[in-house]
Design a protein around this ligand. Structure first.
Ligand code: GLU
Length: 548
């Protein structure tokens, strides 16, 4: 068979260049020894998840700790799954977490290895597929969907491996006449690899994350170009990672099973195989059993969740670093002031199997990280969240920066010996401040004492309260009002003889606290009242009394 003629009949020349032109167009990168070129290669489905961020962080750290390049490629071969704005959303989401690309789709700059959208690279894939046909390493397949289903059913019934291989690869040995007759009758076709492998052979492969693994050689005649001339993932991956000069492919372990296909493709294309690192899936414990994080069941899988909840980006990154490299936590404890970028990240130290995602631990790290901010930095962070996700009332409140900062200094314990860790994420932190504003103060007063007693405390304190009092003057007044209402002015007195009193001074203070904040749990009440000011504090006391 004249393979050259067949190749031209199947893939007309059009805009194809001689193959060595592509090599010249995308020469090896001029980087220092050991520099790794990594990439994130999402499909533009609009759903960017924690697994993407996890991989992206490993990619970014690897590239940037070795003096390499981290780029963004968009795998948009499946037009049906494409969502408008998805690329911008990937870039924006990752940027929120401090992860930036050096080059790639929509990144700007030189972009010498682009285009970075696979749909715009159609001619490269076709040129190489054509060459494989001409070399007898690929062929047209005219099997219909029904025929392929019938093959699969037969294989399933015989308990054989499913797919297009060996005796099942019907179009592999079509005669010249049959092929041209099919073409003449306008039958649609795909291009398949003519696999040279055998399922009898195994080989050892060194994965940068999982270590040595033994895999079976590929013998499947996989589709490389679909009937519309668009490549499959397998083929596009080989061509793109070669010509974009990727040195290390970090991708999910779901791709491990197709690794033998990729090894064969690189071989027949004459390309050097890059290194691969297959990341383990993120798991969570659900009712005592471990399972993969699921798009349907777990909102925390979506990166949008972290932005909408107002997670502190650095906390999420630090948490992911603890899953990526198990020695990160110890390093971080020893170097509390150091930035995570100073840590010596290594792909080889990544976990080999199921990484457990623990939201409680993330929350804990988040509280700790946020407690390190100044009130000014916290204002900036919360204000950023409020602008996008807060209510109109929140945005109005945040216009008074000085007032918010005074609240934050109190909530965070700025200036005290130990910082408070009350703020876990922006969404929850902003709500912690609601009672400082009249329009968001919505108390559900729940007092533990009788109406008259509560009123006596509230009215008594309203009569003597002065916002200029310092803490001890303030507390002495609380004691006096408490004693007047039949409470023990000192806790010790109450403990010694509880039946002699209605309660202790702490119980009396709780009444004031509930009146002012709506809750029996708050930071220092004297400071809260100072922030609220004389007038507003007195109104709170009187409103609480009126509610009874
Ligand atoms: N587009 C593939 C995915 O989103 C990329 C896999 C890879 O990184 O090679 O799963």
């Amino acid at each position: 068979m004249d393979l050259q003629k067949l190749a031209s009949a199947l893939i007309p020349d059009g805009d194809l260049l001689p193959l060595d032109e592509y090599e010249k167009m995308y020469p090896p990168r001029n980087l220092s020894k050991g520099a790794e070129v990594t990439r994130l290669a999402p499909s533009p489905t609009g759903f960017i998840h924690l697994g993407n961020l996890y991989s992206a962080l490993a990619d970014e750290r690897t590239a940037h700790t070795t003096g390499g390049i981290f780029y963004l490629r968009i795998e948009d071969t499946d037009e049906k799954r494409k969502v408008d704005g998805a690329v911008e959303s990937v870039i924006r989401s990752l940027k929120y977490f401090g992860i930036n690309f050096d080059e790639g789709a929509e990144i700007g700059g030189e972009n010498a290895y682009g285009p970075y959208y696979q749909r715009q690279r159609a001619s490269i894939y076709r040129a190489f597929a054509k060459d494989l046909i001409a070399r007898g390493l690929a062929y047209p397949c005219f099997c219909t969907e029904d025929e392929l289903n019938a093959i699969r059913e037969e294989q399933t019934a015989r308990k054989e491996i499913t797919g297009y291989y060996g005796k099942y690869a019907r179009c592999r040995n079509l005669s010249e006449e049959q092929i041209y007759a099919n073409l003449a009758s306008g039958k649609p076709f795909v291009i398949r690899l003519k696999s040279q492998g055998s399922a009898e052979n195994k080989f050892t492969f060194r994965d940068a994350i999982k270590g040595d693994i033994t895999v079976t050689e590929n013998d499947q005649d996989v589709v490389i170009l679909k009937s519309d001339g668009i490549p499959t993932y397998h083929f596009a991956h080989a061509i793109d990672d070669h010509f974009m000069r990727t040195t290390l492919v970090i991708r999910g372990e779901e791709w491990l099973s197709s690794l033998p296909i990729h090894v064969e493709l690189f071989k027949v294309l004459g390309f050097e195989l890059p290194k691969y690192g297959h990341t383990c899936s993120l798991m969570k414990t659900d009712n005592g059993t471990k399972r993969k994080l699921s798009k349907r069941k777990d909102p925390e899988l979506s990166l949008d969740y972290y932005r909408a909840e107002g997670y502190y980006p650095k906390a999420v990154i630090k948490y992911l670093m603890t899953i990526l490299n198990s020695n990160f936590e110890e390093w971080s404890a020893k170097n509390p002031a150091a930035d995570y970028t100073q840590f010596k990240f290594s792909v080889s130290k990544m976990g080999k199997s199921g990484a457990l995602f623990d939201l409680d631990k993330l929350n804990d790290i988040s509280r700790t990280e946020l407690s390190k901010l100044t009130e000014g930095e916290m204002y900036e962070f919360l204000n950023g969240w409020t602008a996008e996700f807060g209510t109109d009332a929140d945005r109005e409140h945040f216009k008074d920066r000085a007032y918010i900062e005074s609240i934050l200094a109190l909530i965070m314990g700025v200036g005290s010996k130990k910082r408070r860790k009350d703020i876990e994420r922006a969404g929850q932190g902003v709500r912690l401040m609601d009672y400082f504003f009249d329009d968001t103060f919505a108390p559900g007063y729940s007092f533990r004492f009788e109406k008259d007693v509560v009123k006596r405390i509230l009215n008594g304190f309203a009569e003597v309260y002065d916002e200029n009092d310092d803490n001890s003057a303030w507390f002495n007044k609380v004691k006096a009002v408490a004693a007047d209402a039949g409470f023990a002015a000192e806790t010790s007195e109450y403990k010694a003889n509880p039946s002699a009193y209605k309660g202790s001074v702490a119980d009396a203070a709780e009444i004031l606290r509930i009146a002012v904040t709506g809750s029996s749990n708050s930071p220092d009440l004297c400071s809260i009242m100072k922030i609220l000011g004389q007038e507003r504090s007195l109104k709170r006391l009187s409103d609480a009394g009126k509610s009874l």
